[in-house]
Design a protein around this ligand. Structure first.
Ligand code: NAI
Ligand code: MG
Length: 485
């Protein structure tokens, strides 16, 4: 089959802007410090397997040190600061994030494997936007929740984030925590720690008081130590399995908890939808960030009369996706974040073939080193197939069909998850009808994977509980004192 892509000359973004150090310590009390037991781990570029740096692994004692630093900063400085002063620090951080946006985008793409086009145009602008947005709330909390009493911070927040949007998830966690007057200990994911450590340098540049933000790098054990430490709140984004373990570990402790877990979103295309536009939305819904997206539109539900036409268009579009070097500005689909994630995708895709679904993959040359997976479509998928039920978290779309809106609703809601959904139709009334009946925290209409700091995000059922973003995103970080306002 002839390739549908033009030959493009490579257009790599330069790495020269980065000042990568061979080794990074933990960020505790405003300083980079060595871990107590001296352990380090390596982070690689998933596109080449090149080691980028070694990073300190925080043990229990290091985590306790970080929590103690956060507690001191909360008691002595941050909780005593007038709210508008807190806001000023957040604005300052947001402005530095903008100034250093290019550096952050290059580092994110290098450590994570996502295309520079996405880190440059989506991740980093949103990171700054979340800081700007929550900076605005810092001195307006009294007006945010009328009739609820006087809003007070919770104290020290422990925050554990995943590798799919490393810096954006750090912003989702830190910006509302700081705006509401809490201090924080953040644990980045073990495959993508570098932008969080650059953020630590930005915190220093902004002269944020020492200990307000602490960053402890490490893997699951470091995260578990943070969960077991005397923090007042845990915010977690990651897998449902770890979310459940954290829920068990915090039960009865009085520690506040919010969980943002996985998803298996239905993206529903009706026969009256503008199909070319829907194709772009479906492609963006599942191939954005290699499908490493908790709200990815991983189940496409197509109304039967347009199935053949839509499938033809999707296959054509798949052939034009450029898979390769994340730092190349022409790249659409980058590297899979880790070997472990690649193996998980391969295992689920094999199960799809074994269970009788039909696989389609475009021809494309994949680099020899690194972790790569071809954009993939499955047709002939039934509701019971693992590829229709389990989160693949990769560039793999399962396509099912439906006849009536009721059937679409039943199929869409037939999942243990409930994070997001998409509707494609020309009819406004149908959008409202569907949106009311879909059990999903976010429902997009004639678009997909759109984010805005003012809009709450979160799930139902095994997708977790609690909301991040918007006014709702302030609540998990506040308590309300009755009678004092
Ligand atoms: P994970 O849930 O193990 O990792 C997420 C974060 O939790 C990381 O920072 C990790 O170090 C930390 N962690 C791991 N074990 C922990 C524990 N016992 N206590 C506290 N923290 C712990 O996710 P993983 O293994 O990287 O990915 C597995 C699957 O999870 C993916 O294939 C995907 O389906 C799903 N996932 C969903 C995400 C989302 O955004 N909802 C993000 C990442 C993964
Ligand atoms: Mg990495």
């Amino acid at each position: 089959m002839a390739s549908k892509t033009f030959e493009y000359a490579p257009a790599p973004e330069s790495r020269a802007i980065l000042d990568l150090k061979p080794s990074y310590g933990l960020f505790i009390g405003g300083e980079f410090v060595e871990p107590t037991d001296g352990g380090h781990f390596k982070t690689v570029s998933p596109a080449t397997e090149e080691v980028l740096a070694e990073v300190a692994e925080a043990g229990e004692r290091d985590v306790d040190r970080a929590v103690a630093a956060a507690r001191r900063a909360y008691d002595k400085v941050w909780s005593k600061l007038p709210a508008r002063e807190r806001g000023k620090y957040l604005y300052r951080i947001a402005r530095i994030l903008q100034e250093r946006a290019r550096e952050l985008a290059v580092l994110e793409s290098l450590d994570n494997g996502k295309p520079i086009r996405e880190s440059r145009d989506v991740d980093i602008p949103l990171v700054a936007a979340y800081f700007f947005y929550y900076a605005g709330w810092a001195d307006k909390l009294e007006y945010a929740f009328p009739g609820r009493g006087s809003p007070k911070p919770v104290g020290v927040a422990g925050q554990i984030i995943p590798w799919n949007f490393p810096l954006l998830m750090a912003a989702w966690k830190l910006a509302p925590a700081l705006a509401t007057g809490n201090t924080a200990v953040l644990k980045p994911a073990e495959t993508t720690p570098l932008t969080a450590l650059l953020l630590a340098q930005i915190m220093q540049e902004a002269e944020l008081p020492p200990g307000v933000v602490n960053i402890v790098t490490g893997a699951g054990e470091t995260g578990a130590a943070l969960v077991d430490s005397p923090v007042d709140k845990i915010a977690f984004t990651g897998s449902t399995a770890v979310g459940k373990a954290i829920r068990r570990a915090t039960a009865g402790s009085g520690t506040r908890l919010t969980l943002e877990l996985g998803g298996k979103a239905a993206n529903i295309v009706f026969e009256d939808a503008p199909l070319d536009q829907a194709v772009e939305g479906v492609i963006n819904g599942i191939f954005f960030n290699q499908g490493h997206v908790c709200c990815a539109g991983s189940r496409l539900l197509v109304q039967e009369p347009v199935f053949d036409v839509l499938l033809g268009k999707l296959k054509e579009r798949l052939q034009t996706l450029r898979v390769g070097d994340p730092l190349d500005k022409n790249t659409d689909v980058g590297a899979i974040n880790s070997k472990a994630q690649l193996e998980k995708i391969e295992e689920l895709v094999t199960s799809g073939v074994d269970e009788g679904a039909e696989i389609y993959q475009p021809e494309c040359d994949l680099p020899e080193r690194g972790f790569w997976f071809r954009p993939t479509l499955f047709t002939g998928v039934s509701q019971s197939h693992r590829i229709a039920r389990e989160e693949i978290f990769g560039p793999v779309l399962s396509i099912l069909t439906f006849r009536t809106p009721d059937e679409a609703i039943e199929k869409a809601n037939n999942t243990p998850y409930g994070l997001s959904a998409g509707i494609w139709t020309e009819k406004g009334s149908r959008i409202l009808h569907m949106a009311q009946r879909l059990r999903a925290g976010v429902v997009w209409a004639n678009t997909f994977n759109r984010f805005d700091p003012a809009s709450p995000f979160g799930g139902y059922k095994e997708s977790g509980f609690g909301r991040e973003g918007g006014l709702h995103g302030l609540e998990p970080y506040l308590t309300f004192e009755r009678g004092s306002s």
